[in-house]
Write a protein that binds this ligand. Structure first.
Ligand code: BG6
Length: 491
């Protein structure tokens, strides 16, 4: 078990407390933190939702969720008994008066305690919930609010939310979560880049040919069709997760790990992204939507079947070519790709180095690949550095591609905590390094919005792809046009 230091006592309140995110991610994450001894005996968890029900009715659902999302080997009756004592439930109306006085009374006994208000609701409720928190005197100096994505659906709505939340909470109390930043391998990227001097001199256009960022999922839209159809891959994945990964790869070294130092550097990257406009959107982006197909041998329906609608032009796949307009990165494309119903669940960042300046080896030595650094976020977190070495043995010099492979699971024999575990404790600690600042979210929308406009103006439609394939063939053309290929195979 990991050695953990308990965090300060807290009241952790979840709006949308019996919803999908709470059951699937937040409560299991808090359970694990409890299991590892990180919660003090008096830490409390309050679940709020509209439904009129009692905690006795909610507990079996929480138990069921813990059963499904915590592997049996990590479940213990003793921890569960401790955990369940922390839970309470309150029925309230986010946008009306009902329930708020009762909530205020419930929290009144511990005014000094750290209070986390986690908004796992639709974003159009964020403003009203925050105003209600203020009206009922619940925002103490020790209070923090956590905003789940999506923060808006465009720049104007993101600003509106930020204004509303910012009118009652100070910026340092606002935690805009992007769970990708809590993934072990993503944090490791900071360590890889800034705790090793090896890469820094290579980390630019001089040595790097291009970068690929892939977040591929095998799942479809599942029960989230209602949300997803209004969103699509650009808003759901690229505006936040993929752009955050791009920032961590492209940013300069911050002067410290102070939240603002890190976020200043990420912001600079977002602001230097070359705009994709109606003139360039057709060449720089490929939208796709899955049709029926098969994944791992099992047949699956298409997006429209999952949605239960006859038509939709929402993209479930997106590939794009981004460019960072700085001296470090000029001329180095960043190819981004994400999609649902792809052949495997894999998220990785590939740094492709330039080929050797001159090949001095005879043709009998064989062809060899340029070096490549692969940072694997999931599954099998790790780092691979592809090198070229000599084939062992006598009889001429033949070259072969080989790899230095750091598999985190093999190197560090431990359970890898879920992203939310780290992030929730960071909220309690008040450490915002792995959260997005207001200007970052707005800068990301400023870059994304012209793409949405470009699609609307040029009528760029989704291209179909069969579930279980790597997206529409034009996504392959997007990168092959530049004489490059997607990294789809293991080394
Ligand atoms: C969420 C998206 O933010 O991330 C989902 O809304 C997506 O559509 C999910 O499935 C992917 O997260 P992970 O951690 O499973 O890669």
């Amino acid at each position: 078990m990991m050695k953990t230091i308990p965090v300060a006592p807290f009241d952790f309140m979840v709006f949308g407390g019996v919803g999908d995110l709470s059951m699937r991610k937040l409560l299991p994450a808090l359970y694990f933190r409890d299991r590892d001894g990180q919660l003090t005996p008096d830490a409390r968890i309050l679940l709020a939702s509209r439904a009129e029900q009692t905690i006795a009715e909610v507990i079996p659902r929480v138990r069921d969720a813990i059963g499904r999302h915590v592997a049996a080997e990590f479940f213990s009756e003793e921890v569960w008994q401790r955990f369940v004592q922390r839970l309470s439930y309150i029925s309230l109306e986010a946008t009306a008066e009902r329930g708020w006085d009762r909530l205020a009374a419930l929290m009144a006994d511990r005014p000094e305690q750290i209070r986390v208000f986690y908004l796992a609701t639709a974003p159009d409720l964020f403003g009203e919930i925050c105003r209600n928190l203020a009206r009922h005197g619940l925002i103490t100096p020790q209070a923090r609010v956590v905003l789940e994505k999506p923060i808006g659906r465009d720049l104007a709505s993101a600003r509106q939310i930020n204004e509303a939340v910012g009118s009652v909470f100070e910026e340092h109390q606002i935690f805009r979560i992007d769970h990708y930043l809590g993934k072990e391998a993503v944090q490791n990227l900071l360590a890889l880049r800034f705790a090793n001097s090896l890469f820094e001199t290579l980390w630019s256009r001089t040595a790097i040919d291009h970068v690929q960022i892939t977040v591929a999922e095998t799942i479809g839209v599942e029960q989230r069709g209602g949300y997803y159809d209004k969103s699509g891959a650009l808003r759901d994945m690229v505006q936040n997760h993929l752009l955050q990964l791009l920032c961590l790869v492209a940013m300069d070294s911050p002067s410290s790990l102070d939240p603002n130092d890190v976020r200043d550097e990420k912001l600079k990257v977002l602001r230097t992204l070359k705009p994709i406009t109606a003139e360039t959107v057709g060449m720089a982006t490929v939208r796709g939507q899955y049709r029926p197909g098969a994944i791992n041998g099992a047949s699956v329906g298409g997006y429209l079947d999952d949605l239960g609608q006859p038509a939709s032009d929402t993209e479930t796949f997106l590939a794009l070519k981004a460019e960072v307009n700085t001296w470090r990165w000029a001329g180095v494309p960043f190819y981004l790709r994400t999609g649902k119903r792809l052949p495997e669940r894999v998220s990785e960042i590939v740094i492709q180095f330039r080929p050797v300046a001159l090949n001095i080896f005879p043709s009998e030595a064989g062809l060899f690949n340029p070096n490549r650094l692969v940072i694997r976020l999931q599954p099998d977190e790790g780092i691979k550095l592809q090198l070229v070495s000599k084939d062992p043995g006598p009889g001429g010099l033949r070259l072969r591609n080989s790899a230095l492979n750091l598999s985190f699971a093999e190197a560090f024999k431990m359970r890898f905590p879920e992203a939310y575990e780290r992030l929730l404790m960071d909220v309690v600690r008040g450490n915002a390094t792995l959260f997005m600042r207001r200007d970052e979210v707005e800068a990301a929308w400023s870059w994304v919005e012209p793409i949405l406009d470009g699609w609307a103006r040029t009528g760029q439609a989704c291209r179909p792809y069969t579930a279980g394939t790597w997206g529409p063939s034009s996504a392959i053309a997007l990168i092959e046009r530049d004489g490059r290929t997607w990294h789809d195979e293991p080394l």
